[in-house]
Design a protein around this ligand. Structure first.
Ligand code: CO
Length: 134
């Protein structure tokens, strides 16, 4: 059902320092900071040859990653995103198997403007997994 790894999202305590790490120490091209108010984050996109890294920092009040950063003040891996052909079909199939989908179970629009769902980490061995329709 799942295809390629689309991205790894990493929450960081300092977006400029994280950008500099990837740009200067790791020698890869990073994007400018992009505010995503609908998602409550500011993101920097790092394009690797085989996948992407998203560096995330809270934006505005009540960001969904506030609590993560409180619990992980040095930052850390927040979620993995796998590609699927049809996110509604994937959601239905997984729900039938007893898996929980965060929110109301319906796809929402993700950071790349495509439909996404997030699976409950308690059903996926502790990893928050996003499925994005490609
Ligand atoms: Co994501």
């Amino acid at each position: 059902m799942i295809g390629r790894l689309n991205h790894v999202a990493i929450v960081v305590p300092d977006l400029d320092a994280a950008s500099a790490l990837y740009r200067e120490q790791f020698g890869v091209t990073v994007s400018e900071k992009v505010d995503l108010p609908d998602h409550g984050v500011t993101a920097v996109f790092v394009d690797l040859s085989n996948t992407k890294i998203e560096l995330l920092y809270p934006l505005g009040a009540d960001s969904p990653i506030d609590r993560f950063l409180e619990k992980n003040p040095d930052g850390g891996i927040h979620h993995l995103c796998y590609e699927v052909e049809d996110v509604e079909q994937a959601a239905q199939k997984l729900q039938k198997q007893g898996m929980r989908i965060l929110g109301d179970g319906k796809p929402t629009t993700g950071a790349h403007g495509k439909p996404v769902i997030f699976l409950h980490p308690k059903d996926t061995m502790g990893t928050l997994i996003e499925l994005e329709q490609i």
